[in-house]
Ligand binder design. Structure first.
Ligand code: HH2
Length: 293
């Protein structure tokens, strides 16, 4: 397993430290279906309550997102994304102490979220979406997730094609790290993500997970998002709300192959999966020893 203890990340004025195990990133969605007709106050309250619950379940980081990146999703305009995301980031930052990530590819949303208390920007375009993003990350010292995606969310599942998915994703990481550092972003701010489900067929997702270790050479933590995704549904033929066991298997394999951050919806269950996988991978019986002491 990758030694995560060497991978402390800088994120604004905070250090994100790895306690010798992967970090659990809990997903806080503020997309329209989470919006009641009752108005914004209730929506913000519901998102904050969800965020607090995820932290109680063991989330080490929260990822707040206001634009769906599901295959085929339409882009959300800037004013709407700001209106949805910023009150939630502001309120969550006052309610929890864990680092907050903003899932956005818009520089204005990233800047406003960083001002409101976020410390990490999860940019699924890896700094290719908004030309102003790199400067904001460099100036603020925020952490940045550079995720691989072929195409855009609207088109990415139409014809994903790779000659060599591992080689192409590795080349992408190399080029994006070079781009980021050339724009004044420190290596220690960077997290890499192979972008499971983003412009990939089932076989590509499976290969990326199976050979995740290949990307350890960049010296950055690897974020993996498998939670409830379509490729799991393709394997077990279950609807999205019934993919927790399938998610568990993928989380365990990702941990065993060196994932550093696990982006999940079901934090409590997946944290158990992570802890057991780590214990077996490290051949340690510390938790049992402690129990019987
Ligand atoms: N996956 C989704 C959204 N953001 N960010 C990163 N870095 N990596 C991912 O794998 C990733 C991501 C997919 O989210 P979606 O299925 O659209 O919904 P949800 O936000 O509920 O997970």
């Amino acid at each position: 397993m990758l030694d995560l203890r060497t991978l402390t990340r800088q994120a604004k004025d905070r250090l994100i430290e790895f306690p010798g195990r992967p970090l659990m990133m809990g997903v806080v969605n503020v997309t329209p279906d989470s919006f009641s007709d009752g108005g914004r106050y209730l929506d913000v309250e519901a998102a904050v309550a969800h965020a607090i619950q995820l932290v109680e379940e063991g989330a080490d980081v929260l990822d707040v997102g206001a634009e769906s990146t599901r295959p085929g999703a339409d882009p959300v305009d800037e004013a709407e994304e700001l209106r949805r995301a910023i009150p939630v980031v502001t309120a969550v930052a006052k309610s929890v102490t864990v680092p907050i990530s903003i899932d956005t590819s818009k520089a204005s949303v990233a800047q406003a979220a960083l001002d409101a208390g976020a410390v990490l920007v999860n940019d699924v375009t890896a700094l290719r979406g908004d030309p102003a993003m790199a400067e904001i990350i460099a100036r603020t010292g925020a952490g940045i997730v550079l995720m691989h995606m072929q195409g855009t969310p609207r088109t990415m599942q139409q014809v994903p094609h790779y000659e060599d998915v591992i080689g192409e994703v590795a080349a992408f990481f190399e080029e994006r790290i070079r781009f980021a550092t050339a724009h004044g972003i420190g290596q220690r701010q960077i997290v890499l993500d192979p972008g499971i489900g983003f412009g990939k067929l089932l076989v590509h997702n499976l290969t990326l997970l199976a050979r995740l270790q290949r990307f350890a050479c960049f010296g950055c933590p690897l974020l993996v998002g498998v939670s409830r995704k379509t490729f799991l549904g393709q394997l077990v033929d279950r609807p999205v709300q019934d993919r927790q066991w399938a998610t568990a298997a993928a989380v365990a394999m990702a941990v065993e192959r060196g994932a550093g951050i696990l982006r999940v919806h079901d934090v409590r269950a997946m944290k158990d999966v992570m802890q057991v996988t780590v214990a077996i991978s490290q051949e340690t019986i510390e938790p049992m020893k402690a129990q019987h002491a």
